[in-house]
Unconditional design. Structure first.
Length: 481
């Protein structure tokens, strides 16, 4: 008598995959049929080498293949969206976010930082299908995929990383609809061309400098009425701010650009009273890229990416901590520090937030790290401009963390900032004591100080669990306001 091995069901054939993290995604190839996404092939780039990975095994004459390629070096995928629905052959579990569904990926679409979108790839969603959207925050790019696959693509999640969190990204002003785009960041801007149509800005064209190259980005529809503003890039001129108005429907109706040489462009478009906006970040002085939203013949909204201009007498001191973990952050350069807020747990600093003075204005920096009411908190308020920070010192260390899983013990190394002291010309503000019994294997002391200077800005790296690195900008005390 012969025996027959049981045939695995579709759900049993599905297995998780995790591509890890790469420098960027170069190309995606999608195989589709009437049931949905049969497979996805991704070409990643790591250190200049192309690595191709594939998920989903269904093949055959019924499969249609579609490619979507990221063509420009500065372009990257910012969003994946699509639908999930029941496949006719079998239900199968899909894990998306924190919920569990019994569906397969039926349709998928990609969007890039240049506002390009792939076609919608896959089969038409059923009535009971649900949509999903995978997107990072604050200018992040796709660097890896993970999920579940077998015969078909069943679940999809994504890794995103911040392209440059050392930039200050000002949100686009105007309407909230239209295709989103982000030109990224360059060495500078050479020329601005604006198209006008019926009292509105119909298109924008920006010519950026990247080394010796000129890279042009266009958004909206070209118009016969075009004006331009050329910067003296070779002389070091750059845009420090721009202003404009929106019309009654919320579209961009006028624009004016202001530069580091006290020049302003002519007014592009037609100004509308009482609908003005002005974009100029505090602590970040140089516009290095535009971002916004547009439709076929209109500019719906316009924002920008700004960078710190590091020019004498400002200096940047080497950050202390680890380079291995965390996302970069940068508060920029200001006149002085007004207040320090630190949250911490028993063995490490969790987050830092700084409030700065710029002339008579107060600028509140973003929190760096996760804010949680369960954490201990200290706030240090400096005495206006009479008090200033002269140095920051502390201890940075590594420790083993043990975890239990299915009876096995796993050990991982964690890096933490275990103490911080902010020294001013008047006093010292301390966060935590140097506890020698807190389980650290190696502890490294550090001090950020430049004699005769004061700290006018902070930068560093943070994870959701702790502060990983801290650095500073300094100015001579006699030169700083």
């Amino acid at each position: 008598m012969s025996t027959r091995s049981p045939v695995p069901t579709l759900s049993e054939q599905y297995h998780p995959f995790d591509d890890g993290v790469y420098d960027c995604v170069k190309k995606v190839i999608i195989g589709e049929d009437t049931q949905g996404i049969a497979y996805i092939t991704i070409q990643y780039v790591r250190n200049g080498d192309v690595v191709q990975l594939e998920h989903g095994s269904e093949r055959g004459a019924q499969i249609t293949e579609t490619e979507f390629e990221v063509k420009d070096p500065d372009e990257y995928i910012t969003c994946i969206e699509g639908t999930c629905g029941e496949a006719n052959f079998c239900d199968s579990p899909i894990a998306l976010w924190t919920e569990k569904f019994y569906h397969t990926v039926s349709e998928i679409q990609f969007t890039t930082s240049h506002g390009r979108t792939s076609p919608k790839i896959g089969c038409k969603p059923e009535a009971d299908s649900f949509t999903f959207k995978l997107k990072g925050k604050n200018g992040t790019k796709l660097v890896g995929l993970h999920g579940k696959s077998g015969r078909f693509l069943e679940a999809l999640k994504a890794y995103f990383v911040v392209v440059s969190s050392t930039l200050k990204q000002l949100e686009p002003q105007g309407r909230s609809d239209g295709h989103s785009w982000d030109d990224g960041a360059y060495d500078g801007l050479r020329k601005v061309c604006i198209g006008e149509d019926g009292g509105r800005v119909s298109s924008v064209e920006f010519v950026y400098a990247k080394g010796n190259e000129c890279i042009t980005h266009c958004h909206g529809r070209h118009s016969n009425e075009r004006k331009q503003f050329e910067l003296r890039y070779e002389d070091g001129e750059y845009i420090i701010s721009f202003e404009g108005t929106t019309d009654k429907d919320g579209y961009i109706s006028s624009l004016i650009f202001n530069t580091s040489m006290d020049r302003s462009s002519d007014e592009f478009g037609k100004a509308v009273a009482n609908n003005e906006f002005f974009l100029k970040p505090r602590g970040f002085h140089k516009l290095v890229g535009f971002r916004g939203r547009s439709c076929v013949d209109r500019i719906n909204a316009l924002g920008a990416n700004f960078a710190v201009v590091l020019a004498p007498p400002v200096k940047k001191l080497q950050a202390q901590g680890t380079n291995d973990q965390g996302e970069e952050w940068d508060d920029g350069v200001h006149d002085n520090v007004r207040m320090i807020t630190v949250t911490y747990v028993y063995d490490c600093v969790v987050s830092v937030t700084f409030e700065y003075a710029n002339g008579a204005e107060t600028v509140l920096g973003d929190p760096h790290g996760i804010l949680d009411d369960r954490h201990e908190k200290k706030e240090f308020k400096l005495c206006d401009n009479n008090e200033y920070i002269t140095s920051v010192e502390g201890f940075f260390g590594q420790k083993w963390i043990s975890t239990q899983s299915a009876g096995d013990e796993f050990k991982s190394i964690y890096y933490n900032m275990k103490r911080l002291d902010f020294n001013t010309n008047i006093r010292t503000y301390s966060v935590m004591e140097n506890n020698t019994r807190d389980g650290y294997l190696a502890v490294v002391p550090f001090k950020l100080e430049e004699k005769g200077h004061k700290i006018v800005g902070f930068r560093g790296k943070s994870t959701e669990f702790s502060l990983q690195q801290i650095g500073v900008y300094v100015k001579p005390i006699d030169d700083a306001n």
